[in-house]
Design a protein around this ligand. Structure first.
Ligand SMILES: [Fe+2]
Length: 230
């Protein structure tokens, strides 16, 4: 199976054809070789599936009036935007997705939840970008796209491999960055420790994303020496 993505090592969105690991070797003499993906990282995606209401649009506009400058773009002064009644339905839907992640990805043995800690809105205007960063003091981070630009992406960075070997063809294992396509109404969740950023916005349109952090609450483990209830 082949597929297209927008992987690029320099932050630009070039089209690169990638192949799954199972197809890496085409030599018939090597046909018994197989690959196994060990401890893969997961990016979760879900779509709201409806247009924004007038109340939601109005609140997004109100938040844009009070922002602070980030390295290259702006961030709402309000860092608990999901607590506002105007975003109540969006918040409930995000919580459903967090619960879905907990139940189907983590499948915990004991009662626990992934709860929202802080939430804010990012505004990236033309010729601005969002600097690469990680989210400290958070378990899982999320981004919900209030106004994506055309062909929008979030860029993830691979920090564990110290070698950056120039390659002819990208695949899941040899790319230093990964540009993941996103669009308005989409929610993505990813481990907070993955460094990520947004390439420069070339369009005369403000890219608006709602970001949030989470933490764990409840009984995590009752195994001796690593038992944890928080
Ligand atoms: Fe972020």
């Amino acid at each position: 199976m082949t597929y297209e993505d927008t992987t690029a090592r320099d932050g630009t969105t070039s089209q690169a054809t990638t192949i799954w690991a199972e197809e890496l070797i085409e030599d018939e003499e090597m046909e018994k070789v197989s690959y196994f993906s060990l401890f893969p990282k997961l990016v979760y995606s879900s779509f709201l599936g409806r247009d924004f209401t007038g109340t939601e649009k109005e609140y997004t506009e109100i938040l844009s009036r009070n922002t602070n400058r980030n390295s290259s773009n702006s961030i709402s002064q309000n860092i608990n935007v999901l607590e506002h009644p105007a975003y109540a339905d969006i918040k409930n839907w995000i919580i459903k997705n967090l619960n879905n992640y907990r139940d189907n990805i983590l499948n915990p043995k004991f009662d626990m939840e992934i709860y929202l800690t802080e939430s804010w809105v990012n505004y990236t205007n033309q010729n601005e970008q969002h600097h690469p960063h990680k989210h400290s003091n958070s378990y899982l981070s999320g981004v919900f796209y209030l106004n994506a630009i055309d062909d929008d992406t979030i860029q993830f960075f691979q920090d564990e491999n110290l070698f950056d070997i120039e390659t002819n063809k990208y695949n899941l294992y040899n790319c230093p960055t990964w540009n993941y396509p996103v669009s308005t109404g989409q929610l993505i969740l990813f481990p907070s420790g993955i460094r990520h950023g947004v390439p420069m916005n070339p369009q005369n349109k403000t890219r608006i994303s709602l970001a949030f952090n989470t933490f764990l609450k409840g009984k995590i483990s009752d195994t001796r020496t690593i038992g944890l209830k928080i």
